[in-house]
Design a protein around this ligand. Structure first.
Ligand code: GLV
Length: 311
């Protein structure tokens, strides 16, 4: 079996896969084209189009990340080749750390202290009980549910939302359009961990952002397309005039890298991070990749991506 690997730390993945599967030929995407051709599997994160187009006999594609939006948009993606994606694979924990950092940032007024420091302003703010700081988590897939549970275990009441009904211990789960409006009206921080699909693009638009309580914050480690960025900027107000929302921690954007002139970079109450919330951790993900490869080889039935649904 021949596997082509494309990801930032491809050489490490190559070594780990070769060790686990000594019978396999594992090549990285920067190997000469001659060595890459006729692969059976492509294990890739953000593969360039030519890597897909040059393959003629792929038996499966393993998306080395949680979201398949990039892959599904790549020109030349063969329609008939089954795609599997990583599910949690250590990304839930990384994402939960990022979100907890964001929730605590606003909950403990770190945003205010950062602004005060620029004026040497010594002004403590009171701390409400965590029970008074409900957090909404939009998206209850493998990663969203891990995050929702982690935030609940950290002591915050959590309301979760998904398009279809779900249940999660300790988390109040809502669904559908009405459920989304209900969630938004109740939470101090809203976290977006939905996949980028036709159904989720712009889900936090101006109208929905206005349903959040005055002073609420937004944390987006999911996908940039989930939030209407202009509506978010409008809701945040400007330097002199605080708007409806207090601040935002954003890891993902409609265009990445976020263009240097984008107003989100400059906004004093926005923290921009460069799509780093949950990089695929090799040690946690490798076993899942190996079991996918073995399952493909033995013809086992796998839960594959539905390209029409987008996840
Ligand atoms: C990262 O953005 C991922 O989808 O894994």
């Amino acid at each position: 079996m021949k596997i082509v690997v494309h990801i930032n730390d491809a050489a490490e993945w190559q070594a780990a896969l070769s060790e686990a599967l000594p019978e396999a030929t594992v090549v990285t995407s920067d190997a000469p084209a001659e060595e890459r051709k006729n692969a059976d599997y492509l294990a890739a994160w953000k593969a360039p189009a030519h890597l897909l187009q040059e393959q003629a006999q792929l038996k499966g594609i393993i998306n080395l990340g949680a979201g398949v939006d990039y892959l599904l948009k790549t020109p030349g993606l063969p329609k008939e080749v089954p795609i599997v994606k990583l599910r949690d694979a250590g990304m839930g924990e990384l994402m939960a750390d990022y979100v907890l950092y964001g929730v605590l940032h606003f909950y403990r007024s770190m945003d205010r202290y950062a602004l005060q420091q620029t004026n040497a302003n010594w002004q403590p703010h009171s701390v409400v009980e965590k029970s008074q700081w409900p957090v909404g988590v939009l998206g209850l897939g493998a990663i969203g549910s891990f995050v929702a549970s982690a935030i609940q275990q950290a002591g915050f009441p959590v309301v979760g939302w998904s398009r279809t009904p779900k249940t999660l211990t300790g988390v109040r789960c809502l669904h559908g359009d009405d459920g989304l409006d209900e969630l938004l009206s109740q939470v101090q921080s809203v976290v977006t961990i939905l996949p980028d699909t036709a159904a989720t693009q712009g889900i936090l638009n101006a109208e929905r952002l206005s349903k959040l309580p005055q002073g609420a914050s937004v944390i987006n480690p999911g996908r940039g397309s989930l939030i209407d960025e202009q509506a978010l900027l409008d809701a945040l107000g400007n330097e002199t005039q605080t708007g409806h929302l207090r601040g935002a921690l954003l890891d993902v954007f409609s265009e990445e890298p976020l263009p240097s002139r984008h107003p989100l970079w400059q906004h004093p109450r926005v923290i921009v991070t460069p799509h780093m919330a949950a990089p695929t951790p090799l040690n946690d993900a490798i076993d899942q990749v190996i079991s996918y490869l073995r399952a493909f080889e033995s013809g086992e039935k796998l839960t594959t991506i539905n390209p029409d649904a987008g996840y």
